[in-house]
Design a protein around this ligand. Structure first.
Ligand code: HPA
Ligand code: ZN
Length: 338
């Protein structure tokens, strides 16, 4: 382990872009399949990992939705999230804002309450065990209709005080943010924060739509914003947080090599970029792995790493007092490791 690697391991950080369904490790997929009596199209863990070679986002999504079929009970969602929180805590994560895709489950007959109660109990346990705070982001599947998103928002009604934000994920191309303008406005009217995947595969125009039509508080990914100078200036002026996911970008061929990853270019342009893991079980690593991989690929220094960790707190949906407390903790860590 290099000096920078151990610095990264202890660096207090927040994770802002994590799909809990994407933390389903192959071993856990087999365990859940067995306890629920669900057949899966793989004979071994090695066979599952061998299937994780993706040419683009859709290749991944097909396998990710199939994998989620083993999740059936409240205990499954609790155990899934607990395994994620344990790994995140070991990586120095002190706060996590995790996305879940209710439609992936309700469309298979798993009730909304089963999903969210399993996640909420794991969140409470993680705070007790690790002091790790967390928040939920209900993500709509953009390949489905806006009416379906409205039905999901209605199903969430009894738990709205436990949900921080709504998001937008799944197949980006052909499903622009404006398709969800009304449901995002409805979510905002209920007091929810707003995030959307934009500019992962989609053009800069999708990032403009996320800003101006959806009025999002954060952009998930945002890589392709760099193609539009005016857009970059707008994102910088608004101090808009970008939740960047280096290993995801590599695995989904958004970048050819981490040596070409634009993370430090984003920082140099004044963008509030953060490092996140997206779907760690599928993309080869958790948040610490993402920090280490992009640090090696781009030669990031300590100052850049501290900026990235700082951005993860200022870009979070924590109340100002909790942001300030986490920034203090970060400053104390940096001072102690000068
Ligand atoms: N992009 C879009 N949808 C997703 C992703 C992603 O990286 N991960 C899970 N759903
Ligand atoms: Zn994502």
């Amino acid at each position: 382990m290099t000096d920078l690697d151990s610095f990264i391991a202890g660096l207090p950080k927040a994770e802002l872009h994590l799909h809990i369904e994407g933390s389903l490790e192959p071993e856990q997929m087999f365990a859940f399949a067995q306890r629920n009596g669900v057949a899966i199209p793989y004979a071994s863990v090695d066979e599952v990992r061998a299937a994780y070679a993706f040419g683009n986002l859709q290749d991944f999504l097909d396998i990710y939705y199939a994998g989620a079929d083993v999740l059936r009970t409240q205990a499954d969602f609790h155990d899934l999230a607990t395994a994620y929180f344990d790994r995140a805590a070991a990586d120095g994560v002190v706060h996590a804002e995790i996305m879940f895709d209710p439609q992936t489950h309700t469309d298979r007959g798993v009730p909304f309450g089963v999903v969210i109660e399993g996640l909420l109990s794991a969140m409470a346990a993680a705070e007790e065990r690790h002091g790790l705070t967390s928040a939920l982001i209900l993500s709509f599947l953009r390949h489905l209709s806006e009416d379906a998103a409205f039905e999901t928002l209605a199903a969430a009604e009894p738990w709205l005080d436990r949900i921080a934000a709504v998001g937008l994920d799944s197949s980006e191309l052909g499903h622009p943010p404006e398709k969800f303008a009304r449901v995002f406005a409805a979510a905002a009217a209920k007091g929810l924060k707003l995030v959307a995947h934009a500019g992962e595969e989609g053009p800069p125009d999708y990032v403009w739509q996320a800003l101006d039509t959806l009025k999002v508080d954060r952009i998930d990914h945002g890589n392709r914003a760099l193609e539009d100078e005016t857009l970059v200036a707008r994102l910088a002026r608004d101090a808009m947080t970008l939740t960047v996911c280096p290993l995801s970008n590599l695995k989904l061929c958004v970048v050819g090599d981490l040596a070409e990853h634009p993370l430090d270019r984003m920082l140099a342009l004044g963008l509030r970029a953060t490092i996140n893991s997206d779907d760690p079980a599928y993309f080869g690593g958790y948040i610490g792995d993402n920090y280490r991989a992009v640090t090696a690929g781009r030669g990031l220094d300590r100052a850049a790493l501290v900026t990235l960790a700082r951005n993860s707190f200022t870009g979070s949906f924590l109340p100002d007092t909790a942001v300030a407390a986490n920034l203090d903790r970060l400053d104390r860590y940096v001072a102690a490791h000068a």
